[in-house]
Design a protein around this ligand. Sequence first.
Ligand SMILES: *[C@@H]1O[C@H](CO)[C@@H](O)[C@H](O)[C@H]1NC(C)=O
Ligand SMILES: *[C@@H]1O[C@H](CO)[C@@H](O)[C@H](O)[C@H]1NC(C)=O
Ligand SMILES: *[C@@H]1O[C@H](CO)[C@@H](O)[C@H](O)[C@H]1NC(C)=O
Ligand SMILES: *[C@@H]1O[C@H](CO)[C@@H](O)[C@H](O)[C@H]1NC(C)=O
Ligand SMILES: *[C@@H]1O[C@H](CO)[C@@H](O)[C@H](O)[C@H]1NC(C)=O
Length: 676
Amino acid sequence: MERVQEFLVLRFLAIAFTLFLHVDSAENTPNRWIPQNAVQEQMPSSPVKLSKWKDHVMLDNGIVKLTLLSPSGLIAGIQYKGVENVLDYHLREPRRGYWDIVWSRPQEGKSFFYELEGTSFKVIAETEDMIEISFTRIWNSSLNYSYPLNVDIRYIMLRGSSGFYSYGIMEHLEGWPDLNIDEARISFKLHDATFRYMAISDDIQRIMPTARDRMGGRVLDYKEAVLLTNPSNTTLKGEVDDKYQYSYDNKDCFVHGWISTDRDIGFWVITPSNEFRAGGPMKNELTSHVGPTSLAIFFSGHYAGPNFGIRLRNGEPWKKVLGPVFIYLNSGSSNKPSTLWADAKEQMQKETQKWPYDFPSSEDFPRANKRGTITGRLLVRDTYLSQELMPAKLAYVGLAPPGDVGSWQMDTKGYQFWNQTDENGYFTIRDVRKGTYSLNAWAPGVMGDYKYEIDIVITPGSQIQLGNLVYNPPRNGPTLWEIGIPDRTPAEFYVPDPTPEFRNPIFINHNEKYRQYGLWNRYTDLYPDQDLVYTVGISDYKKDWFYAHVNRKSISTNKYEATTWQVSFDLTNVTNGGTYTLQIALASASYAEIQVRINNPNAPLPHFTTRLIGKDNAIARHGGHGLYSLYSVNVPGLQLVNGRNIIYLKKSRRGYPFSGAMYDYIRFEGPPEVNH
Ligand SMILES: *[C@@H]1O[C@H](CO)[C@@H](O)[C@H](O)[C@H]1NC(C)=O
Ligand SMILES: *[C@@H]1O[C@H](CO)[C@@H](O)[C@H](O)[C@H]1NC(C)=O
Ligand SMILES: *[C@@H]1O[C@H](CO)[C@@H](O)[C@H](O)[C@H]1NC(C)=O
Ligand SMILES: *[C@@H]1O[C@H](CO)[C@@H](O)[C@H](O)[C@H]1NC(C)=O
Ligand SMILES: *[C@@H]1O[C@H](CO)[C@@H](O)[C@H](O)[C@H]1NC(C)=O
């Protein structure tokens, strides 16, 4: 009885509140088309119901009500626990929650942001236990100003489930015009007075500024970074806000969202599998950010560059299922965000365990019995470290569309299936869709990318046992010295604190300090007139190797100047006729050229150059890394001397603060030895 009363009171307040806010704007009233008597308190396991109006449809399981525009499929309302609409009902209905893409025609320079709108609504499945509905859009070739793609956006609600699922099927038929898709996602714009607390990981959770706080702030080096000068919550004054500070690698991000501490409810985007995300486990994507906004990103060019995305040419047919993702709502009674976060994580585990789901109706989403499994063991052969084969511990092993070594990090068109090996190198990858794949791997502590020689063909129910696979990482001779750990990130290097005026307090004393704003300028502060010099045997890469090789802002000219780092080391018994090797693994590159000179900083021609590489922009975007690349540079013994040698690493492109590279790992190897 008390609960019912409380519910009614809350509901009344919610209605009163929204009426108060929208007295002059019928357009914005959250649920004007829902008959008021349809709203009742229901027991958790009531049947799922579908209601249809002229231009809206609603799914309701007594826990959550999802209201969609019809036939577009845009999300107008999500009602939960007496909150009329967790979405921002100040916005017009089509702007609250939607699937969207960024697309372009390759021959034009212009790209377009489009919400994906269906033109036809259909009920796919309707029982008391589940309802699946579909909003489709079929490309009309005589309307060639629009994107040549068939789209089918699905929503599923299950009985007793505190949320709903969404997935999308995109299809480009054979013979259709060329198309680029740079980004695909689902966006939720939440109600800002309700949601103030954001949680994206155990230790990245906080009260966030509002969109209005950002508007009143000072835009920093680019528009996404804002210094809060006059926020409504004065304790946030002087903080930097930037959505890129909250990006996460796909491998580490399966749940993120927002909490209303007043209402004690949470809104969560749960991604139960990475099979439909692009670029593999290391791809970085946005999560949630000021708005309040939550995103389910399937792919984007962030941290990978403008070449990342779907590229369809010469009438290539393509089809991909994106999702399902689960939108989860939870509530507590403790007024502690930690309770809701813990519950959201638990739900994420449950969704992951249920994968592949057995309820989506589309034939394009294969059930578990239509999928295959592959097992094996990955070993590393590096005879300069050990005569024995070494198990690849906690290596990432993955199936991705066939391609060159490492091409998976740029792949967006296909599905990818990754898992980690155990301490002994054994791996299992289950629930793989049928198809032909490359088997790829990389292991923390081991340089480079592994690819199995033969493509793997998965058929429904197949159980492929590969046995022992042996990775021979790049290696030409014994290690003379090394800097860092080969793990595709510069995390082990020196990451500075931000200047006090550009802090986000959540990242102070945090092990991901690279998320702070403005670190690229800290290089100038630390090395105002002389570049970094690293002395092998004396320097410590944790303290003496700046995590990003960037330009220096010249105090006299105020311009960003090229920088040359030195690695200084002693050699004895140089083999003049031998070939030494400088291995340079990069964790990111943006408009960078790294030139290598040996013992002569003024040599007119570098001994080696990467040439201009990279557009991943990971330094500006506070990414822990961008795309991975590896260079093996031969150094003839003739260029080396007994005694002190210096390798000069010059980052030669200047004039721009965000031109830079992050090293993952550098190793200098002696000439090959006879016994190897
Ligand atoms: C495609 O668009 C043209 C031009 O507007 C229209 O005449 C035609 O009926 C449309 N075709 C379909 C299948 O909708
Ligand atoms: C669209 O079709 C019209 C008429 O056939 C043509 O003139 C125009 O170039 C086409 N535009 C594109 C972008 O293909
Ligand atoms: C303002 O922000 C601080 C710091 O995050 C927080 O502790 C406090 O509860 C916030 N105040 C309000 C009214 O949200
Ligand atoms: C990943 O590997 C673990 C350990 O072998 C296994 O239990 C799990 O089922 C695998 N997950 C997938 C999705 O393959
Ligand atoms: C250098 O070579 C000589 C002759 O082969 C050898 O005796 C000496 O141990 C070597 N020194 C080092 C430091 O390797």
